[in-house]
Write a protein that binds this ligand. Sequence first.
Ligand SMILES: [Fe+2]
Ligand SMILES: [Fe+2]
Length: 220
Amino acid sequence: MSKNILSDSRDSLLNSLRKEITVYFPDELEDYSHGMSHTKRVCKIVEIIHEKEGGDLLVLSVAALLHDIARVHEEIGECINHAIKGGELAKEILSKYGLSDNIIDQIVYYIINHRSNQKGETLESKILRDADKLDCLGAISISRIIASSLQSRQYSRPIYDPLIPLNGCETASSLHYIILLIEKYKKGEIFLTETANTIARERIEIMSGFAENFKKELYI
Ligand SMILES: [Fe+2]
Ligand SMILES: [Fe+2]
């Protein structure tokens, strides 16, 4: 099969899946941090890492697209772990698309493990985990953290709480959490691919600059 036919059939599969999964991202529960906007960013980051690191683009693209389909179930308390529930839903969805059992099993495995702190066993597993985590860094991260503080029941908190020291409780405010993420990353490389580490370093610089300026404008 030529490369063009492969990429046409991949695009057609992804288009069908994009339409099918809209039901898992209902408007009233749209969440900038974990909703469809996050999924679209993760899909793009996966492609960027894949360009440098390689891996199976079909498996990666589908896993990225479906990785958070059960997030809303977790938000409303219908499941405890959206990664596991997402794997179950993905298996049901993908069984209708004529993919081999082997491909479906790989995609389901990557979805179930997308939050795992253990090192991924395959390149695709590492790339999906890195892409998901990269969306928690940089200018997007700052927007996500502040949006979650205001939007999400789970992560509701003030933008800044002057009563709690900045090296105190990391969940006290958006600024506290941004500083926690910067420190966490600076303690060690937390990404599994070199491409993700390179992107992460740039994004941490952006966050550090934001935190420093925020503190400067608060005169603290
Ligand atoms: Fe997730
Ligand atoms: Fe995610």
